[in-house]
Design a protein around this ligand. Structure first.
Ligand SMILES: Cc1cc2nc3c(=O)[nH]c(=O)nc-3n(C[C@H](O)[C@H](O)[C@H](O)COP(=O)(O)OP(=O)(O)OC[C@H]3O[C@@H](n4cnc5c(N)ncnc54)[C@H](O)[C@@H]3O)c2cc1C
Length: 303
């Protein structure tokens, strides 16, 4: 399938991504926003501390922001990005629904969620078999049996990555909730799917030896990958060689919100504390302007 083309693609439909889209779209760029407002941290918040607004629901702000960016011509694709690869002077994005989009510049505005499971053994075995990042730690489990837990694209894509190098790969989830293309890829793979199930306990001695599920099943595995939610942008960033902070928690940027990879910008919670909407919006504005300028120059060079 031939990829579609955009000047700027923004990963994230929270305040950082939406504000970035306002600035990029008003500069007459073709802008595509990906993600979902329901997955923004702001969706469940009630805002009292944002300049001039002291009693408004986050959901209402997001709905208004969505209408605003569409008014300025930005398009929305309510899917998660599962891969980004450099492609000449552009970046090629793959969505969980199987779309390919080429863009001159990217803005990473995917928030900072690192969802924990909250089960016995999770904390004790962190780094001893428990991991939150398949792309960072997957190769440590070459040939070993592992399990991945989560319902969405991060878990499914993680399991599909692990089957290439690990032994048996189990996917533990309540329900596989991904776009059809990715779902079909999963069904055609050797991943062993345990639906209607959750991990109840991670056990072992010096390192992980297995997990117990809520339905009583015991899986003898050496690795447990907790991949809840969308494909984490840190995993995507690591693959592209984007510089993270010393603790590998946040993306490092310049004051212009540029990452270490030219053409890729980042904004919002993914760039660090404080996790506040005002910061996300400010950084989104700077990233949106920067990404639009970058795309304009690249477009001119490409003729
Ligand atoms: C309960 C609660 C109360 C809060 N109260 C306040 C408050 O009173 N004041 C305040 O200033 N802040 C508050 N916050 C914090 C505020 O909501 C965040 O700082 C803000 O939402 C961060 O914006 P963001 O755009 O960086 O990320 P988010 O708003 O978290 O948006 C992340 C976006 O990225 C998308 N995404 C993730 N992965 C992918 C992927 N692989 N591909 C495509 N898209 C992806 C998601 O779908 C989502 O749209 C609160 C947060 C919570 C949870």
């Amino acid at each position: 399938m031939k990829p579609s083309e955009r000047d700027v693609v923004i990963l994230g439909l929270g305040p950082a991504g939406l504000q970035a889209a306002v600035h990029a779209a008003r500069r007459k760029m073709s802008v595509l926003l990906m993600g979902s407002i329901q997955k923004s941290s702001l969706f469940t918040a009630h805002i009292e501390n944002y300049f001039s607004l002291f009693n408004i629901s986050g959901e209402e702000m997001l709905q208004r922001g969505l209408a605003q960016v569409q008014h300025f011509g930005a398009e929305i694709l309510e899917e998660n990005v599962i891969a980004i690869d450099p492609e000449g002077s552009r970046f090629r994005i793959r969505s969980e629904g199987g779309s390919f989009i080429d863009a001159f510049s990217l803005i990473l505005a995917t928030g900072s969620k690192r969802n924990k499971l909250g089960v016995p053994g999770e904390k004790a075995f962190l780094g001893k078999g428990v991991s939150y990042c398949v792309d960072c730690d997957g190769l440590f489990f070459r040939g070993a049996d592992v399990c991945v837990t989560g319902n969405e694209s991060a878990a499914v894509d993680g399991a599909l990555t692990l089957v290439k190098t690990a032994g048996h790969v189990h996917l533990v989830c309540e329900k596989v909730a991904v776009a059809e293309t990715l779902h079909k890829e999963l069904q055609a793979s050797p991943v062993i799917i345990h639906e209607n199930s959750r991990i109840k306990e991670i056990y072992g001695n010096a390192a992980v030896e297995g997990v117990r599920l809520t339905d009583g099943t015991q899986l003898p595995v050496e690795g447990v990958f907790i991949e809840q939610g969308a494909k984490g942008v840190l995993e995507l960033a690591l693959k592209l060689g984007i510089q993270l902070d010393d603790e590998m928690k946040y993306i490092q940027t310049s004051k212009q919100q540029e990452t270490s990879v030219p053409g890729i910008f980042a904004a919002g919670d993914i760039c660090g504390m404080p996790w506040q909407m005002a910061k996300a919006v400010g950084e989104g504005c700077v990233a949106g302007i920067g990404a639009a300028m970058w795309a304009k120059n690249q477009r001119r060079k490409a003729g």
